[in-house]
Write a protein that binds this ligand. Structure first.
Ligand code: NAD
Length: 284
């Protein structure tokens, strides 16, 4: 039976490291600061934003949450971002997505200073990741890599199959695995014989958004299976893109949902904010 990768405990360990580093920075008079911007009242987004502010508080970061009405104009939102770009106490700017339909997401992401792009979605951050230059990494993909490494699964020399090619997860996690010297296949909705492709992998990353898509016969015995999916089932419970119970006996490592990749995302956001603060002050 697979070793279960405990995302909560790995995430807590990283937060302890961040907390210690933050304490050292505070002694130098540096306080990492995150601005979170929420437009509208999407209930899931409200929870995410609250959790991000809470994580900042726990670590000793400065944080501010800007809650704007759903009918905020794109111009007003861009003006807020321009102001935050210029504020010294703010090291990271996170605009909670999705945005209301009348606002163009791309225009908003492009407006965030690359130095404060803690979500890692700015085209320059994406380009730096692709080239291999230092940059702030997108949080969920960075969390996937941390989970692998801290579980003793080194991607170097391994065959990795990423299922999903979104800009938020599939593509960037593929680039990170490539950077870690894995041999990477990016599979998606138009990939023929997907189970056979997945079965070649030593590392399977499922980032699809289809509940329990990945079954036992998709997984090579002993493979590491990382499940990024978060799907709400009819009974209200969450499940991943992997059929956990079915895959558990055959995999070498597996992440549960919830409690796997999920807890890592905010932790990586905190790590990015810390990194941005250190860079802004020329330390570390
Ligand atoms: P997305 O919908 O943008 O992309 C899904 C990808 O899966 C697409 O590239 C598509 O080609 C591929 N796909 C769809 N159906 C397929 C199929 N039947 N077979 C093979 N490929 C298929 O989604 P996303 O933003 O990448 O998110 C993926 C999942 O991860 C979702 O469940 C989302 O909720 C979850 N997610 C979790 C976190 C986290 O913090 N853990 C963060 C982001 C997304």
């Amino acid at each position: 039976s697979a070793q279960i990768i405990d995302g909560k405990s790995i995430s807590n360990a990283i937060r302890e490291e961040i907390k210690r580093e933050t304490a050292d920075l505070l002694e130098k008079g540096i306080r990492p600061g995150l601005a979170v911007v929420l437009v509208g009242e999407d209930p899931a987004s409200q929870v995410y934003v609250r959790n991000k502010a809470k994580a900042c508080e726990d670590l000793g970061f400065y944080s501010e949450v800007h809650r704007l009405p759903a009918d905020t104009s794109q111009a007003d939102l861009l003006a807020l971002i321009a102001r935050l770009n210029g504020e010294a106490e703010i090291n990271g700017i996170l605009v909670q997505l999705p945005l209301p339909k009348h606002i163009e997401e791309k225009a908003v992401i492009d407006a965030i200073s690359v130095d404060k792009d803690v979500d890692g979605f700015h085209p320059v951050s994406v380009g730096n990741l692709m080239i291999g230059d230092d940059s702030l990494l997108p949080c969920t993909p960075a969390g996937v890599i941390e989970l692998l490494k801290r579980s003793g699964v080194s991607p170097a020399g391994k065959r990795a199959v990423v299922i999903g090619r979104s800009n938020i997860v599939g593509k960037p996690v593929s680039m990170l695995l490539l950077r870690e010297n894995a041999t990477v296949t990016i599979a998606h909705s138009r990939t023929p014989n997907l189970p056979a492709v997945a079965r070649e992998a030593d590392i399977v990353i499922a980032a699809v958004g289809v509940p329990k898509l990945v079954k036992r016969d998709w997984v090579k015995p002993g493979a590491a299976v990382i499940d990024v999916g978060i799907n709400r089932q009819e009974d209200g419970k969450l499940c991943g893109d992997v059929d956990y119970e079915d895959v558990l006996p055959v995999a070498g490592w597996i992440t549960p949902v919830p409690g796997g990749v999920g807890p890592m995302t905010i932790t990586m956001l905190m790590q990015n904010t810390l990194k941005a603060a250190k860079r802004a002050h020329g330390v570390g």
